[in-house]
Design a protein around this ligand. Structure first.
Ligand code: ADP
Ligand code: MG
Length: 261
């Protein structure tokens, strides 16, 4: 197994109070799959991503990468393998967008070394791929929420990791850039056998792009598996309390959801 979550519980507070942000979670992630994590606000999705990249460590259970605990990896080794695009973007320093994308290369640089010509080529290629040329010279502090989000996604691509974790990557994007971002992620999965794990609120985008879905509620996993198997009207009712109708849309060959209320 590549990335394996085994019996994991996590609390932000006192364990004695027994409020678990994650409560006995099992999950595993393999190369060449696009995983979607779906669930209500506050159910533990971002917490799970933080545990998957070693930003947090479980109070119970373990997270391992290729059979070794995440906590046994050094920071640099982890950053060479797992990239996170966080939900809240903490970038309020006056860096240009290009500088931020270049930071994605830092885990690959030798100690105290400056980016090489190859690193600069990689940054240029990623900026082109993300259609962010016009953003590159601008200061992050002067960008809109959606523009910042595109730059931070580009930084994660420049990090060039086998595993890409995306926390609501399309939250601030217009439909055109949302599709561009997800197409790039899907291409990484299909052609380079990378692993993408994305927290998504748009169930129709998740149904279209993710081949595996994980439904969470109250810190637990309610259902997980192949999209075609787990996505149905029952799970949407269970998780969100909404009535929905599932139809397969031939134009995209994927199930899509119509919400009835
Ligand atoms: P999601 O991403 O699914 O919306 P989170 O993983 O961010 O949810 O949060 C899970 C639970 O943990 C929520 O109840 C949230 O209020 C709580 N939580 C998140 N971050 C903190 C924090 N820094 N301190 C205390 N509680 C937190
Ligand atoms: Mg979240």
């Amino acid at each position: 197994m590549m990335l394996d979550v085994n019996e994991v519980s996590y609390t932000y507070g006192d364990r004695e109070i027994g409020v678990w942000a994650l409560d006995n979670i099992y999950a595993s992630f393999e190369p060449g799959h696009f995983y979607g994590i779906i669930g209500p606000n506050g159910c533990g999705k971002s917490t799970l991503l933080d545990l998957l990249c070693g930003h947090k460590f479980p109070d119970r259970g373990s997270v391992s990468y290729w059979g070794r605990l995440l906590s046994a990896y050094g920071k640099k080794a982890l950053a060479q393998n797992i990239a996170l695009v966080p939900q809240a973007l903490p970038l309020n320093f006056p860096y240009t967008a290009r500088e931020v994308v270049t930071m994605g290369r830092y885990p690959h640089l030798r100690r105290f070394a400056a980016p090489t010509a190859d690193d600069r080529d990689c940054v240029d290629a990623v900026i082109d791929q993300c259609e962010a040329q016009s953003l590159a010279p601008r200061y992050m502090t002067a960008l809109s929420g959606g523009e910042k989000q595109r730059v931070v996604f580009a930084r994660a691509l420049a990090q060039d990791t086998p595993v890409l974790l995306l926390d609501e990557p399309c939250a601030n994007l217009d439909v055109c850039y949302a599709l561009l971002l997800l197409d790039i992620a899907a291409q990484k999965v299909r052609e380079e056998k990378r692993t993408v794990v994305a927290v998504m609120h748009d169930i129709n985008l998740a149904a279209r792009y993710c081949d595996q879905l994980i439904f969470m509620k109250d810190g637990r996993i309610q259902a997980a598996g192949a999209t075609a198997k787990v996505l149905d009207e029952g799970i949407l009712k269970d998780i969100f309390g909404v009535e929905a109708k599932l139809v397969v849309e031939p134009a995209i060959g994927a199930p899509q959801v119509v919400f009835l209320r």
